[in-house]
Ligand binder design. Structure first.
Ligand SMILES: Cc1cc2nc3c(=O)[nH]c(=O)nc-3n(C[C@H](O)[C@H](O)[C@H](O)COP(=O)(O)OP(=O)(O)OC[C@H]3O[C@@H](n4cnc5c(N)ncnc54)[C@H](O)[C@@H]3O)c2cc1C
Length: 345
């Protein structure tokens, strides 16, 4: 630890960003103190946790998909071992083609050497999938996964609390005192504070995107793979499914809406002609960015940010945390695509 400081790093926020970052820093031997107050509308609380390397609307690979996926799989498996609880669950994703054109595009992309490594047509017989409406057929992405975000955050929080490394308190910006060589919050000092406040942070380029979803019971459906057709349907066991999510850019803090519920149920019923019982209706605000890339790096001599994880936070966060730590502790350059100052002009 740096001399004279109580900690190496203070992190504000323990959503997905703060969790993955603090765990990564701890792995590197840093003494970390996390402040978190669970604010209404936080994203990670409702994240479905799906990891999918393909943008389904255009059937193209997501940003740096292969690298992100490899690093994410290793990170969540390791963290699961640390807490003796598996968080990373491989789960193939089935894409039901809404039109003949989309089926054609999928077929075309299979012949692309990069994308073709991830997608294939699904012609195997599966009773539960065969029962879904699919006049244009379906494809499958085998290398998808589901991360139990809520369980992971709770396990890490308990781990931090047990060692006195988490303080349940909202930090007001005026409570962060800048000293000559670092920062002080109350009695705690460090040469560096990292803001991981998600949609609550004030940051150039940050865009808040509201998302709603449902937890439903569909007796007799028996899906064992995730399915997408307009919405994701994620099996969580016992014929209970998470269905989501909507995207809205206005009025983001207004909570669950009738319109959101209606839209999700309408899309679900286009896929599943069965009785659906709604068990829960949830809502959160994604911290996205203007150019859909994360936002990480220093914003001052003793301040940094880790934000902008958007709708794919689960797969992005481990790479982002590694990249930010390399920058902060080893002095490597921040990739221009994610640097916070790209929005300053
Ligand atoms: C409906 C929905 C579904 C989603 N599904 C998926 C999915 O399937 N797969 C996927 O990869 N991503 C998904 N996401 C996106 C994912 O949830 C986000 O990318 C990720 O959770 C963002 O994490 P975060 O830590 O940046 O923000 P948050 O989760 O919002 O965490 C910020 C934390 O900081 C705390 N905080 C903020 N300010 C302060 C302060 N001043 N003092 C103390 N504490 C503070 C907040 O209370 C919160 O705990 C989904 C998002 C939504 C809304």
């Amino acid at each position: 630890m740096s001399t004279g400081f109580t900690h190496d790093v203070i992190i504000i926020g323990q959503g997905l960003a703060g969790t993955v970052l603090s765990a990564t820093m701890q792995q590197r031997g840093k003494r970390v103190l996390v402040f978190d107050a669970p604010l209404a509308g936080r994203a990670s609380e409702v994240a479905a946790g799906l990891v999918n390397p393909v943008a389904l609307r255009r059937t193209v690979l997501t940003w740096r998909a292969s690298e992100m996926l490899a690093i994410a799989g290793a990170f969540y498996r390791d963290l699961g071992l640390r807490y003796d609880t598996p968080f990373w669950h491989p789960l193939p994703l089935v894409a039901i083609f809404p039109t003949a054109q989309e089926a054609g595009i999928w077929q075309l992309r299979i012949s692309d050497p990069e994308t073709g490594r991830f997608i294939r047509m699904d012609t195997t017989s599966d009773q539960s999938l065969d029962a879904l409406a699919q006049p244009y057929g379906r494809g499958i992405i085998d290398r998808c996964a589901w991360v139990d975000v809520r369980l992971m955050l709770a396990a890490h929080r308990a781990g931090l609390l047990a060692h006195g490394d988490l303080i349940e308190q909202r930090v007001d910006p005026s409570g962060i005192k800048h000293t000559v060589d670092g920062v002080r919050i109350g009695m705690h000092t460090a040469p560096l504070v990292v803001h991981c406040g998600g949609p609550f942070d004030k940051l150039n380029g940050l865009v808040q995107v509201k998302g709603e979803g449902l937890t439903v019971r569909i007796p007799g459906l028996h899906l064992t793979k995730a399915v997408h057709r307009g919405v994701f349907v994620l099996p969580t066991g016992d014929d209970i499914y998470r269905v989501g999510a909507t995207f809205a850019w206005d009025d983001v803090w207004s909570g669950p809406t009738e319109g959101g519920r209606h839209l999700l149920l309408d899309r679900l019923q286009r896929l599943v002609e069965r009785e659906v019982e709604v068990l829960d209706h949830w809502c959160g605000v994604r911290p996205a960015s203007k150019d859909r890339r994360p936002i990480l790096g220093r914003t001052g001599p003793h301040e940094a940010v880790f934000n902008g994880l958007g709708s794919r936070g689960v797969v992005l966060a481990p790479w982002c945390a590694q990249h930010l730590c390399d920058h902060l502790f080893d002095g490597t350059a921040i990739d221009a695509e994610v640097a916070p100052d790209r929005f300053d002009h």
